[in-house]
Write a new protein. Structure first.
Length: 436
């Protein structure tokens, strides 16, 4: 009880008796009576405990039950949320390869096969400053249409067939061609062909012309085979004189740069078309380019725009079958386990011969794969987890001994005092440290 409460009681008692002690005596008397009241209160509490023992036992029992309940719930939740995390280091082996292999384009055979990546085409352009003056002479060029009003029979014309223009100049056809015969309704057959002036210079530049085929002169065909400039075109490009041109060194450098950038661009396009499970080695990519397109004269800024067009071809392999072939040849005592080569794309690929290589009819190839290779054994994680279900912590090493494709592994149980692995798959997590 508060001290002032006992003091007020004593004070009230003395006042009721009409006694007013002196100040020192009053203080001593109050303290003595307070101590007396405290002793009486303690005695009263003890009597209460003795007279109602069952009430206090019930209170202690309730506290004990609460404590046991808390402990039970703690352990229950611990087992309910028990987890196991296993970290596995798979078996690996490093070898240096130098394998001579062969493959067939027929995927139905039992050996290695390959597929082709093709029809990947594109172009790259680059502006080059003209920095050299040079004496040049060019022939004028154009396009004509040749009409066959002579007969239904097609007429073959050799390359360099001479044509006499209405300007009196002689021109020649750039290619061998065949002029179709007349149709049944007498419509003349026709064909387009490129022509060029028989001599260099601007004298052969011209607006559209009519032509005769000199080889037919003096025959009935002469008047029946009509030749005219293609509608909307002129004969241009004839030139003799000094012009600004690209130096040979700059031209070679520009073409090398265009070749590299075109190959990179087309390879990125081809990579997006590689089906899952196949590998395209960086050295198994081949770029076929056309002759570069370089204008005869510089533009108004004294630049030449060089354009390079090309097609990219690539040789694809089934990664799983290629790995199995290499594994069988190189790994001692190989037991057929699931093995992969983590850095297979970094191996160096080279064809046995690239002379006269044609991808249009490529059926068989001999090639070499070389370089350091890391063989990695895969783990059947589902089977591994099933084998661990409900096992004692002390049995973990025994389970590991049944997996030769595991180099080492660690087990972490939660809560820490758990002595067995959970018996439900969802409560077990396996992390395999596969090499990247």
């Amino acid at each position: 009880m508060p001290k002032h409460f006992f003091e007020d009681m004593v004070k009230a008692k003395r006042l009721s008796r009409g006694i007013v002690p002196k100040e020192p005596e009053l203080k001593e008397t109050q303290e003595a009576e307070v101590e007396e009241i405290k002793r009486e209160t303690k005695k009263e509490i003890k009597r209460e405990i003795k007279t109602n023992p069952s009430k206090n036992k019930s209170r202690y029992f309730l506290w004990l039950v609460a404590l046991v309940s808390v402990v039970f719930c703690f352990f229950a939740f611990s087992f309910l949320f028990s987890r196991a995390t296993i970290t596995v280091n798979p078996k690996t082996e490093d070898l240096v390869l130098n394998e001579n292999l062969s493959a067939n384009k027929d995927s139905n055979n039992n050996g290695l096969f390959f597929n082709l990546v093709d029809n990947i085409s594109g172009e790259e352009s680059k502006d080059i400053q003209a920095n050299v003056q040079k004496d040049v002479s060019y022939k004028a060029t154009g396009t004509v249409v040749i009409y066959n009003a002579f007969s239904p029979t097609p007429q073959a014309l050799n390359i360099d067939t001479r044509l006499e223009g209405s300007n009196g100049k002689i021109y020649k056809t750039q290619t061998k061609t065949v002029v179709p015969g007349m149709s049944k309704d007498k419509t003349p057959g026709q064909v387009e062909v490129g022509i060029y002036g028989s001599a260099n210079g601007p004298d052969y530049n011209s607006a559209p012309l009519d032509f005769n085929i000199l080889g037919f002169k003096g025959t009935p065909k002469y008047s029946k085979f009509k030749v005219r400039s293609k509608t909307g075109t002129q004969i241009t490009g004839g030139f003799i004189g000094k012009v600004n041109v690209i130096s040979d060194a700059d031209k070679a450098s520009a073409l090398a740069e265009l070749n590299s950038s075109l190959k990179t661009k087309l390879l990125a396009k081809a990579t997006n078309q590689i089906p899952p499970g196949f590998v395209l080695f960086k050295d198994a990519v081949f770029l076929s380019t056309e002759d570069p397109i370089i204008p005869l004269t510089a533009d108004k800024n004294n630049n030449f725009t060089i354009t390079l067009k090309g097609n990219l071809y690539g040789i694809l392999f089934d990664e799983q079958k290629l790995t199995k072939k290499i594994t069988e040849d190189r790994l001692d005592n190989y037991d057929g386990s699931d093995v992969y080569i983590s850095n297979i794309k970094d191996l160096t690929f080279s064809l046995a011969t690239q002379d006269n290589l044609s991808f249009d009819n490529l059926q068989n190839i001999n090639f070499n794969l070389s370089g350091p290779a890391k063989f990695v054994w895969r783990l059947d994680e589902d089977k591994f987890v099933v084998d661990l279900l409900g096992k004692s912590k002390s049995d973990f090493s025994q389970v590991l001994s049944q997996y030769p494709n595991i180099t080492s592994a660690t087990l972490k149980l939660s809560p820490p005092w758990k002595m067995s692995i959970p018996d439900e798959i969802k409560n077990i997590k396996v992390n395999v440290n596969y090499p990247i």
